[in-house]
Design a protein around this ligand. Sequence first.
Ligand code: GLC
Length: 572
Amino acid sequence: MATETSTRSTTSATTGSEWWRTAVIYQIYPRSFADASGDGIGDLPGITGRLSSLAELGVDAIWLSPFYTSPQNDAGYDVADYCDVDPLFGTLDDFDRMLETAHSHGIRVIVDLVPNHSSDQHRWFQAALAAGPGSEERDRYTFRDGRGENGELPPNNWQSVFGGSAWSRVTEADGEPGQWYLHLFDSSQPDFNWDNRWVHEQFLDVLRFWLDRGVDGFRVDVAHGLIKVEGLPDWAPPVEGGSMGGGSASLEPEISAEPEGAATLPPYWAQEGVHEIYREWRELLDSYDGDRALCAEAWVDPLPKLAKWVRPDEMHQAFNFVYLETPWKASALRTVIDDSLDAFGEVGAPSTWVLSNHDVVRHASRLALTADNLQGHGIGPKTKGLPDPVVGLRRARAATALMLALPGSAYLYQGEELGLPEVIDLPDEARQDPTFLRTNGERYGRDGCRVPIPWEAEAPACGFSETGESWLPQPAGWGAFARSEQRGVDGSTLELYRQMLALRAEHGLGLSTLKWLQTESDDVLAFTTAGITVMANIGTTDAALPSGASIILASAPLDGDVLPPDTTVWLR
Ligand code: GLC
């Protein structure tokens, strides 16, 4: 080992003031984090009460999935009032208290913004329904007349990400079937019309509302979807390779070849027009004091295209989902790390690494799946190639130890610090993801990564809720993962995360430069960063550790001078 082959650094940043370049940000999925009210759904006071655990873990910031007024058809991503808290989660005062407490712990707070669609219960959509065809109110959303003799066919062939048509027909005031509205997601989530200036103004107000309250930034939902191609043309996804299969829309752009061979994107994802919107938002954020950040949820591939979202006058971060989707293979990981640092480096942005969130199979299970799992499909009892939990956790710990050594920022998803797996055997009646419901159970959807997390092994609902209520049932054995069982326990996943975050901060790994090292096996990745050598064995046989190295962190127990399979070490 130890011949340097190439060098990659993260960004052109020279100061530490741009916290988002290196921050480790912990995603809180409020309904599953901590329930103070006892109704089985997590809430803001629950979060406030548990923030000291996150301070102890060592995260720099938290991102909260939506807690706004909502009928909860898509777990809050169907917003009925962007400037209020749903009573399920508490009140605006509870939010302020949570924010203040987080800040007092030195933890920044990012909230979720859902600008592609609202709930159909939002007063704007209700007004659009009432006002009728041709009205100003309707122009705020994406209404069209249907095709066919009597408008009985949807305006185009687009499919919802959650399955089924992306169009629903309304009944007009006269009681007759009328126009159709677009919903790239559930029928209760009508898409806005971002060609309408009024919509821009409303969202600028929403941003101001939360910035004035003191939030440190926004995670922007479906940030690749706001602008659709004019005329809303039909879209024929490629027969093979569409990541949601079956002709349905995917969160990821599917590329198809036009007759003359030119690649095109689906007419609803990653259109150039979205960038203007983010430039406007960036200007607004820049007019505030402090250093506030925008993070794009944009399922965009390839990386140089995704990097457009984080050009200097646009957003600050964009989740690197290309990395998240990379299989547990050394060559693929090395390529995606290089490509990421190159693509984001090109525009002066950090790469924003991520392995889990509330939409994907938890990486402690995903990394041991033996078959492909399409994004959003989820896994359940009938899935082929179910993961071995021991292999999965071992790989997850190694993968996280690799990720947290990389230059840039990283997001963690609540519960991964406990090594939580995907819950596979949720009863069908308990499942709530619209994906499950809209595909008649053909896709299990995302409930398996959303089960309320365990805090204390012996407490009701493992400490999630004093009453023992839990909106999704916690599986038998959940208590074994509880914080209470791992805190202070050498070698536990929680202590490993704590150690990684402390060392990462101490050595400034987020802002460092990565230099690849040659290794004896193609299955072993090795690099140096900030004076630390990182080695990850992604193969199936032991690899030799450099003699005399002192190990400062290991994702699995070591025995002698060997690095076992599915293990990452940090050495000095
Ligand atoms: C994003 C969210 C997902 C939600 C969808 C529609 O992808 O992360 O949970 O269902 O947008 O808002």
